[in-house]
Write a protein that binds this ligand. Sequence first.
Ligand code: KG4
Ligand code: ZN
Length: 330
Amino acid sequence: MRILAIETSCDDTSVSVVDITTRKIKVLTHIVSSQEAIHKEFGGIVPEVAARKHVENLPAILQTVLKKHPAKTIERIAVTMGPGLITSLLVGVEAAKTLAFAWNKPIIPVHHIEGHLLSALIENHTIRFPALGLVVSGGHTELILVHGFGKYRVIGETQDDAAGECFDKAAKILNLGYPGGPAIEKLALKGKTDAYNLPRPMLKSDNYHFSFAGLKTAVLYLHRDGKIPKSAINNFCASLQQAIVDVLVSKTIRAAEKFGVKTVLLGGGVAANSHLKKTLASALSKIHCDFLAPSRKYSTDNATMIAVAAYHNTPVQWEKIKADPNLELK
Ligand code: KG4
Ligand code: ZN
C-alpha cells in the first residue's frame, strides 16, 4: 500500500511517501524541512512562528513530492492528528483533509507517539510481542506496553519535564544553543560521566514514572553558583547525560523484566542519543530481550514513522478528523 504522510506537530515540516506491506517497508520519499535555525534565535520553539513556517513550507514540499508521485499512485493519506502544538498540527491536518477530499482518497489520522513508538520498524521489520516502548522526545517520556499493533497501555510517564526538555533547558541555561540534546551529546563525548554527582529523580520509586524537573533545577543552581566553569563543561555534559540515561535505562529494564517483554522499542528525538542506545542495548542483552531502535533520521520528527503507524490503523471520514493537541494514546 502506498501512503503519503504529513507530519507538522511541532517545528519540522515533513512529508513522506512509503510503500508498506506486512513484510516490507520501502521509503520512496522522506523530506524533513527543519526550522531549527529559526527557533535557535529564541532558545526554543515559538508556536506562532512554527505554524507560519509550516504554512510556507508545506505547499512547496507537497508540490515537489506530487511531481514524483502523482495523486493516482497514492492509495492512502496519513496525517499526525495530535498531540503537539495546535497551531502546527492544524496546518498538516487541514492540508491532508483537503487532499483527501479533492482526490477522494481514504485518510488515516495518526497519534504522534504511535509514530515514534513504531519508528524502529522502518528499518527492522519483525517484532516479537509483548513489547515495551520507551518514547523519549522533547514533549514526552513514556513507557508503553505493546501487546500488538494498536494494543497499547501507558505504564509510566513523566510527572513534569520530558527527557528531551531536560536536555533543551539545561543547554539553554548553559548557553549551548537549541536543540540541547545534540549539543550536550557532542560535548559529553569529551567528558567524564562521574565528574558531577547529579540527582537521578525517581530512580528508586516503586512505579514506572519519570521526573526531570529536579535535574533541571540542579543545573540552574550549579550554574548560578559558578560551579560549571567553561573548563568543566565537557565533564558537566557527560555527567548530565549519564544521569538522564541512568534513569531511562533503569526504569525500562525494570519494566521489561516485570512484564516479561520480548522486545524493547526505542523512539523519539532522544533516541538519536548514541550513549542511550548503547547503554540500553547492553542492559537488554543481559536479560535476553530484543532491542529495536530507529536510526538518527527516523528518531526525530518525520512523516515516514507516521506512514508506518497509519498502516496499522483504519481510515476515518475526513470530516471527522480534528487536530487535537492533547490527543491520548489508546
Ligand atoms: O521527537 P522530537 O524530534 O520532537 C518532539 O516530538 O518533541 O524530539 C526532539 C527532542 C529535543 O528535546 C532534542 O533535544 C532531543 O529530542 N534530541 C536529543 C538528541 N537529538 C535530539 N537528545 C539527546 N541526544 C540527541 N542526540
Ligand atoms: Zn516527536
